[in-house]
Ligand binder design. Structure first.
Ligand SMILES: *Cc1c(COP(=O)(O)O)cnc(C)c1O
Length: 331
């Protein structure tokens, strides 16, 4: 698996640390809980989209693009990291926001990620909930072309085979770190949304015959939909790197019991998990993804889903900037 065959720009601080959370581990009474600090990827306060953008932005540059277009929720971490990457590379950035929240307050609409998007000089366009955002991106791309620009469309969350390479690479990084630390890893857990993170991880871990199961904690779709989405993208990604067939359907496991009322709507378990990690480990998680992922992992630990002497890694996918868009709902 030679990822250096694919064009890549340097955006991320790597390797991100793989650290034990001693106080959380003690608090839960085992398993040993490690965190992979992908909240520390460095670009514009970090997060998982930065790894994907190293490959996506390189592809955009290779195709001669001068404008990148992407879409997401208003408090999209992906949009914020894309806007920062575009600024760093001298590209224009069009962000299309779908308002998925009923009655959002001004913090949600203006603070957190949105505030930073403005600092990076992204052009923001707002759309009502349930808009066909892929069609909307094509309309904007046509507009850019008409005015003489060269658009490059990045799917929501950067989740296509090019973006997923970022997490194939992260899988290699985790294995290398575990080997160096003499750490026998038993589980990888993380929040899953647009599927690129889990698809890339599963492909990377399977291609290396690591036998480490990945558990995605879903934040928007029901289990069958989420698993199918991840599996499809994993198959495409495997084919893209010349490793067809390396992922079986049963390698893709998502638990979607921790979504609550819906995408981006806080849950009590998320609030508690977020406060617990802040107060035990001085770590910040986010209300939409990593907080719900963490809530799922902690609940599953409580239910005995893992053995007490397992070593499990929670991939911290970032997003704490979003806290400022939600702060009244969190304290
Ligand atoms: C996008 C995102 C995820 C989910 O990653 P996907 O590749 O979209 O599944 C998890 N956590 C945070 C903080 C994110 O921004």
């Amino acid at each position: 698996m030679l990822l250096s065959r694919f064009p890549r720009v340097h955006l991320a601080h790597r390797n991100t640390p793989l650290e034990l959370l001693p106080r959380l581990t003690k608090h839960m009474g085992g398993p040993n809980i490690y965190v992979k600090r992908d909240d520390c990827t460095g670009l514009a306060s970090g997060g998982n989209k930065t790894r994907k953008l190293e490959f996506l932005m390189a592809d955009a540059l290779q195709r001669g693009a001068d404008t990148v277009i992407t879409q997401g929720a208003v408090q999209s971490n992906h949009a914020r990291q894309t806007a920062a990457a575009a600024a760093k590379l001298g590209l224009k950035c069009e962000l299309l926001f779908e308002n998925r929240i009923v009655d959002p307050d001004s913090d949600y609409l203006e603070s957190g990620n949105v505030f930073l998007d403005h600092l990076f000089n992204a052009n923001i366009r707002d759309y009502p909930g349930a808009t066909d955002m892929n069609a909307a991106m094509e309309t904007v791309a046509a507009e850019v072309r008409k005015s003489g620009g060269r658009p490059y469309v990045i799917p929501g969350g950067g989740s296509n085979p090019v973006g997923a390479l970022g997490y194939v690479d992260c899988a290699l990084e985790i294995i290398t770190q575990a080997n160096e630390m003499q750490l026998k890893l038993d589980h990888v857990v993380h929040a899953t949304g647009s599927a690129g993170t889990q698809a890339g991880l599963v492909v990377g871990l399977q291609a290396m015959s690591s036998n480490i199961p990945v558990l995605g904690i879903g934040v928007n779709a029901p289990r069958s939909v989420q698993e199918e989405r991840v599996f499809l993208l994993a198959q495409e990604t495997a084919a893209f790197i010349g490793a067809e067939g390396v992922v079986d359907r049963e390698d893709v496991v998502a638990n979607c019991d921790y979504i609550g009322e819906g995408y981006g709507i806080p849950t009590q378990a998320m609030r508690e998990a977020l406060l617990l990690l802040a107060r035990l480990e001085g770590l910040l998680f986010d209300p939409v993804y990593s907080g719900k992922g963490l809530a799922g992992m902690l609940d599953l630990i409580g239910k005995g889903h893992f053995s007490k002497d397992d070593n499990i890694v929670f991939i911290h996918t970032g997003g704490s900037v979003g806290l400022f868009g939600y702060y009244k709902q969190l304290l």
